[in-house]
Design a protein around this ligand. Structure first.
Ligand SMILES: [Fe+2]
Length: 282
């Protein structure tokens, strides 16, 4: 059966790129503009830590369920970097040695200093380079300790729902389900929510919390910018695979985006219930 890639792209643009969580994320829009109360940022950081920590399970499943050695390594790059292996740029040994010597001398690893490109192959593992550890550092500013963040029990119902959808779809055994969910997640991540969080956090830092290090967020924004470049090539490859099933792919992607939306809408409702939404910036 001949397949029409152009028609498929149109569907992607409508159903994924046009999804409400991509084009109209109420929470992130509010966050970018509001005079953020300390409690609001604390709540966001906590819920973010839960989904991003539980995401590791989905990422590991994606790696296990990979259908080729190449995609196994691709999934592993993401997972290992999350866990604390710093990307190593593909450059001369001399430059690399200097970079590693620089990092080795530091007890903390600042997300603002580590590479956002390259490979974990041959990279250095550092305790302090785990993304969850960066979030713990942020949490310290709000009085949050190790046992206050990143665990399922710290998640609200909607955060846990999102994490479970990641597990079910992003980590799925079915080729079309995990590909659809993976592509949808990349589209969402590249759509600009990092930038909205960063603009809210930078203003919050300037007004209320000078010690806050927002590099966790700027690091991820930079990474997304790079992912975006390869997205359509990857999609073409997936489309050409003999296992490809457009309807299963699309359904999984939309369900994944619904899960993402549940997360942000949950945060928005929490702000509404706490009466903190009215604090628009002057
Ligand atoms: Fe991360």
């Amino acid at each position: 059966m001949a397949r029409d890639f152009e028609a498929f792209k149109v569907r992607i643009e409508k159903e994924f790129l046009g999804h409400p969580v991509v084009v109209d994320n109420k929470y992130c829009k509010w966050f970018a503009e509001a005079d953020l109360p300390v409690e609001s940022v604390k709540h966001m950081v906590t819920q973010f830590s839960v989904f991003s920590h539980l995401f590791l399970i989905a990422a590991l499943k994606k790696m296990i369920n990979a259908d080729s050695l190449e995609s196994y390594f691709e999934s592993k790059e993401i997972l290992m970097n999350e866990l604390g292996v710093i990307y190593r740029k593909k450059k001369s040994d001399e430059g690399r040695a200097a970079e590693e010597a620089k990092l080795a001398g530091e007890s903390a690893v600042d997300p603002g200093l580590v590479s956002t490109e390259g490979t974990v192959d041959g990279g250095t593992y550092r305790n302090m380079a785990a993304h969850f550890v960066w979030l713990l550092k942020i949490g310290e500013n709000f009085g949050l300790g190790f046992n206050d963040m990143g665990k399922r029990r710290h998640g609200t119902k909607s955060t846990v729902f999102f994490a479970d959808e990641l597990d079910r779809l992003y980590g799925a055994e079915d080729y079309n389900v995990c590909q659809g969910a993976g592509f949808a997640v990349e589209n969402w991540a590249a759509a600009g929510f990092w930038k909205e969080l960063i603009s809210g956090l930078e203003r919050f830092k300037a007004d209320k919390m000078p010690a806050l290090n927002v590099a966790f967020f700027t690091f991820h924004d930079k990474i997304e910018g790079q992912h975006k470049e390869h997205v359509w090539d990857e999609l073409r490859e997936c489309f050409d695979d003999e296992q490809f099933d457009e309807d299963v792919f699309m359904k999984a992607g939309v369900e994944m985006l619904n899960g993402v939306q549940a997360f942000w809408d949950g945060l928005y409702e929490d702000e509404m219930k706490a009466g903190r939404l009215g604090a628009a910036a002057a």
